[in-house]
Design a protein around this ligand. Structure first.
Ligand SMILES: [Zn+2]
Length: 113
């Protein structure tokens, strides 16, 4: 499962940070998850719940920022919200759209005790 490996790498990266700072507790992890990142959000939630068990992240507060998709038309340069990767430009109907936001999938910050 794709989402489970994402959840596990979030846990691994966070624990690595904590260890580098000789800490045994992570207080807070902030994630940025783009709605166009290709992950099933509910599945990721579920995967996170099981991935943090028994780790330094178990008691951490996990803050999620969901980032809505945004694209810019390559033909008329209109910027518009994108609900999926195949949305045409609402202004001219072009499919040549650059996705500018919504593909993020990263740890924004980690607060270590
Ligand atoms: Zn356009």
């Amino acid at each position: 499962m794709h989402e489970l490996s994402i959840a596990q790498s979030i846990v691994q990266l966070s624990e690595q940070q904590a260890r580098e700072h000789h800490s045994s507790q992570i207080e807070e992890v902030e994630l940025e998850i783009g709605r166009l990142a290709g992950v099933e959000l509910q599945t990721l939630e579920f995967a996170m719940e099981s991935a943090v068990k028994g780790t330094l992240l178990e008691k951490a507060k996990i803050i999620r920022h969901y980032i809505d998709g945004e694209g810019q038309c390559s033909d008329c340069e209109t910027v518009f919200p994108v609900g999926n990767l195949f949305s045409p430009c609402p202004n001219c109907g072009s499919y040549l759209v650059n996705i500018t936001k919504g593909r993020e999938l990263r740890i924004k910050s980690i607060v270590i005790k």
